[in-house]
Design a protein around this ligand. Structure first.
Ligand SMILES: [Fe+2]
Length: 193
């Protein structure tokens, strides 16, 4: 991944997805100051031209499901400082309605607790996530959650009672581009490749 990302001219701030290994990620990005300073969960803050981006770790080693439990939430609560902030995490803190994805998401208790943490805050512009391989918009604690498309393959939209978490070639790859406008609003584009 590091080699693939090397041609990019923008800064890269990785966080683990459910298939990742924290030690391998730390080794590959050992020169990243945020990552180098982590111990245990791979969570760190980045200041990007007036916006604070809080990189969160939802990894549960060996499991496709995620977690954002008490210790991780305590870090987040301590990192929110009133600056306009984007929270990034792999697993989106929302139910998706795709049954199988919801079984490999975040525990409902973690989602509820994050919602309580964020409720009423005016410094959090967005929660940005991935994992589902589809563009989804929802809210947690009144904050907009954006799920980016997959840069590889999109998931089948299956909202039936046994909706499967499967990828297919019916839709092209893409990525999310978050633009902070002059007025301070965060606008998100789904860029289809
Ligand atoms: Fe994932």
């Amino acid at each position: 991944m590091r080699e693939l990302l090397a041609p990019l001219t923008v800064p890269v701030h990785p966080i683990p997805g459910n298939h990742d290994d924290r030690d391998a990620l730390r080794e590959a990005f050992a020169d990243h100051p945020g990552i180098a300073a982590t111990d245990g969960f791979l969570q760190y803050a980045v200041d990007c031209d007036g916006v604070r981006v809080l990189m969160c770790d939802t990894l549960v080693p060996g499991s496709p499901a995620g977690s954002f439990g008490e210790e991780r939430r305590a870090w987040l609560a301590g990192a929110l400082d009133g600056t306009p902030t984007i929270i990034a995490m792999h697993h989106p803190p929302i139910p998706t309605g795709i049954a199988e994805f919801d079984t490999i998401g975040l525990p409902a208790a973690d989602v509820a607790a994050l919602g309580e943490l964020l409720d009423g805050r005016d410094d959090v512009l967005r929660v940005a996530a991935g994992h589902i391989h589809r563009v989804i918009t929802a809210t947690v604690g009144g904050v907009t959650v954006t799920v980016a498309p997959s840069a590889w393959r999109q998931a089948v939209l299956d909202l039936g009672p046994e909706g499967r978490a499967v990828v297919a070639d019916a839709e092209p790859p893409g990525y999310a581009l978050h633009l902070l406008t002059d007025g301070g609003a965060l606008v998100t584009h789904a860029a289809i490749i």
